[in-house]
Design a protein around this ligand. Sequence first.
Ligand code: CA
Ligand code: CA
Ligand code: CA
Length: 169
Amino acid sequence: MISSEHERRIAARFATFDQDGNGWIDREDFSAAAKALLSEFGTVARSDKGQALYAGAEAFWQGMAGIADRDGDQRITREEFVGGAVKRLHDNPDRFAEIARPFLHATLDLISAPDGRATIPDVVRALTTLGVPTDIAQAAAAALDTDGDGRVGEAEVVPAVARYFTVPD
Ligand code: CA
Ligand code: CA
Ligand code: CA
């Protein structure tokens, strides 16, 4: 049975991907996310970090489209997201980690100190840049720091993001 809480969570996840809010997820949403992050963190697209972020965003889009764009129109509708992405990713969370990792890696690289680990405020800044409400971003950033050292690294982010998008409720 589908609960309203379940529906609400799916809607929130869809909205995270649908960056421009036009009702479907496509390549533009991923490049918009990359563009917003680069702008917020003062990095130009032609830099190494900028190129890595765009490449990661494109790989993320290709992976999501491969899983969820059933009719091949280069758009993931909410129905395709619920029926394809959420269900299939739930059955295979490792696959989601694999397709999200290059984007997450490049994002951490963009927002982090040279040691590759981001501070909690920088993670909050990245999440709010992607449209996550501040209170949720603060809670999420703190939760990402699973070892409690005040910094967030790839080993903490990738599994947490995969869990968020692949566990249905
Ligand atoms: Ca969109
Ligand atoms: Ca489609
Ligand atoms: Ca940590």
